[in-house]
Design a protein around this ligand. Structure first.
Ligand SMILES: Cc1cc2nc3c(=O)[nH]c(=O)nc-3n(C[C@H](O)[C@H](O)[C@H](O)COP(=O)(O)O)c2cc1C
Ligand code: SF4
Ligand code: SF4
Ligand code: FES
Length: 578
């Protein structure tokens, strides 16, 4: 059971299932699984039968009773709550190709045996018993695996460098800091399939000759730490970790380190400092961690999703993996699809899938029939992509060319009620708080961007401010020490590039077209469109709307606090921004 499932009530559902089994005297096994990524249907319950798997969504203890009556006892699926079945595959899942998420929501996360039954640890066994370390590295090279943590750096290259560099001891690190707002891909893998990360790390340890590993987990991820701790202990008991792994010369073990709580600690050199007990500040990368990493020794750092791909590549061969994806970006990518999309959740698709396919075919389009405006990819370091680029095939290179980046896989969908200047301000504000302060361009430059954007959102902006934003962005990109600073201007530059008219509306006409910036917004009701349903009046927290039933309503601007409830609730698009 993953964090979101638990938050939605999965524990109560599980208790009710056990209660039904006991009270009805049934012989049925109950298994907790991680998350399959259909956040929009949680809590989920699978009924596994000889005919296949029937998945129920929005399950409550009451629904559990009904499922037992109708499906378990009555042998007829309960259609009302069915979200996936052998007869009708759910579109959200049907559009996906799952490699990193292959076991999430399927295997019992507490039992190593279940992981093994699904092919787990076969990649490791194959590597250790049939391949040389060089062959393992070559297989990762042939697969074309690029790091999923943001930069898309070729994984084999790091492994090879760490193998070739001399060191008294070598280290393998899993970066599970996952600090991007809206991202939860790594958390889901750690919670639902921790062994895949462990197996990937052991394969790398064999390839580079490492003896110790660390998993650096975001401090807030309690459940991930719990499940990982259990998985590490199980792996030790089964001879996958510890001395002479699978009877070989390889000795390797893994320790969990809880993150320092700062976004910058996800940057690999800051992460190294943090593991060593120092302040989580990046260092300048004249020397790479593969040469001098943890305690000055050769160290490979990869992201959770990168690790999750490794066992499959070794087990099934590089060619199969490389047959998926685009020329420069092989395999799949996991995205956390959130924001104003109908079906939020975790989506794994081949590289090269278009944004339109992800957001509309898999994600079901925009909530409440509103209009798509932009999608933000790459977290705070990424950018906002407009409607005109919806047919862009998503991979590392196309997103960078579009002024955004893949990042670790956050994908935030925005509708026409989103102010793009405010979005830029939001991300810059986040980064201003997260800059470690070590270098001046980042510390002072981001603050200046924030001041300027705030001025524009408050209606005090001038045309010269746009030049200031661009020149300051360029300075930060060139002069900041680490990628936090160097990529910080992306949200500003991408919104300036694609949504410049919104900046100009704020500055020249003192108007926020989306109705978000309070100082620049006034709402009114279009008499022609208003049906007098009263929905806006009932939802207005300030009692600012008057009107009789079936007659046009009006807003009192003196009372209005510009919360936007009326515009969001009107089903006839009668509430407008002046
Ligand atoms: C500010 C900042 C935060 C980062 N946060 C993460 C993170 O949370 N997880 C991650 O895997 N990589 C993060 N990275 C990228 C890492 O520095 C590093 O490139 C990555 O862990 C390498 O793994 P990969 O090659 O498998 O992608 C971050 C980079 C920066 C600049
Ligand atoms: S919700 Fe829309 S249609 Fe209904 S009264 Fe308000 S403005 Fe008019
Ligand atoms: S914006 Fe909020 S306060 Fe103003 S009229 Fe609409 S619902 Fe009422
Ligand atoms: S339901 Fe688990 S990630 Fe959303």
């Amino acid at each position: 059971m993953g964090s979101c499932g638990l938050a939605a009530g999965a524990r109560e559902v599980m208790e009710q299932v056990k209660e039904e089994i006991t009270s009805r005297g049934l012989n049925i096994q109950v298994q907790p699984t991680g998350c399959i990524g259909m956040c929009h249907h949680e809590p989920l319950l699978d009924v596994v039968t000889d005919d296949g798997v029937y998945t129920y969504g929005h399950v409550t203890p009451e629904v559990v009773k009904a499922i037992f009556d109708e499906h378990i006892v009555g042998k007829k699926p309960l259609e009302k709550y069915l979200v996936n079945s052998p007869e009708h595959q759910n579109e959200f899942l049907a559009g996906q190709v799952r490699i990193a998420l292959r076991d999430c929501g399927i295997i019992n996360l507490w039992q190593i045996a279940d992981y093994e039954e699904h092919g787990g640890y076969q990649g490791l066994r194959k590597a250790i018993t049939t391949m040389t370390p060089e062959e393992v590295i070559n297989e990762i090279k042939e697969a074309g695996l690029r790091g999923r943590g943001g930069g898309g750096f070729p994984t084999w290259f790091k492994w090879q460098a760490a193998r070739q560099n001399e060191g008294a001891q070598k280290y393998v690190v899993c970066n599970a800091d996952e600090g991007d707002p809206g991202a939860f891909m790594d958390r889901s893998i750690l919670e639902g399939d921790p062994h895949t990360v462990i197996e990937g790390m052991i394969i790398c340890a064999y390839a580079i000759g490492a003896t110790a590993g660390f998993i650096y987990v975001r401090d807030e991820y309690d459940l991930a730490v719990k499940n990982l701790t259990n998985a590490i202990m199980e792996a030790r008991r089964h001879g996958y970790l510890g001395k002479n792994i699978l009877g070989s010369e390889l000795s390797f073990d893994i320790e969990i380190v809880r993150g320092g709580g700062a976004f910058v600690c996800g940057e690999e050199t800051a992460l190294i400092n943090s593991i060593q007990g120092n302040v989580g500040e990046p260092w300048d990368k004249y020397v790479f961690p593969t040469e001098k990493g943890l305690w000055g020794q050769p160290t490979v750092i990869n992201n959770v999703e990168t690790w999750a791909n490794v066992p499959v590549i070794i087990r099934e061969g590089a060619a199969k993996f490389a047959s998926i994806g685009t020329e420069g970006s092989k395999g799949t990518k996991v995205f956390s699809l959130v924001g104003k999309v109908v079906k939020a959740g975790l989506v794994e698709v081949p590289m090269g899938t278009t944004l339109r396919e992800i957001i509309f075919d898999i994600g079901g389009g925009i909530q409440n029939g509103r209009k798509f405006k932009a999608v933000q990819t790459g977290g705070p370091s990424g950018g906002c992509i407009p409607e005109s680029l919806l047919d862009l095939p998503v991979d590392f290179d196309t997103l960078t060319q579009a002024g955004s980046m893949m990042g670790s896989g956050g994908m935030i969908v925005m509708d026409d009620r989103t102010c793009m200047v405010e979005v830029a301000r939001y991300y810059v504000n986040f980064l201003a708080g997260e800059s470690c302060g070590k270098c001046v361009p980042c510390r002072e430059g981001i603050s200046l961007l924030l001041e300027t954007l705030t001025r524009i959102c408050e209606g005090k902006g001038k045309l010269e401010d746009l030049d200031l934003l661009e020149s300051m962005s360029s300075t930060i990109q060139k002069a900041a020490l680490c990628a936090l600073g160097r990529t910080a201007p992306n949200p500003v530059l991408s919104t300036l590039k694609y949504f410049r008219d919104e900046y100009l509306e704020h500055i020249n006409n003192h108007r926020c077209p989306a109705g978000i910036c309070k100082e620049l917004t006034e709402f009114y009701i279009d008499e022609e469109l208003c049906t007098g349903c009263g929905r806006c009046r009932r939802n207005c927290p300030a009692d600012a709307i008057t009107g009789e039933k079936k007659k046009a309503h009006t807003i009192d601007p003196e009372k209005c606090i510009k919360c936007g409830e009326c515009i969001d609730n009107c089903r006839f698009q009668a509430v407008k921004v002046k």
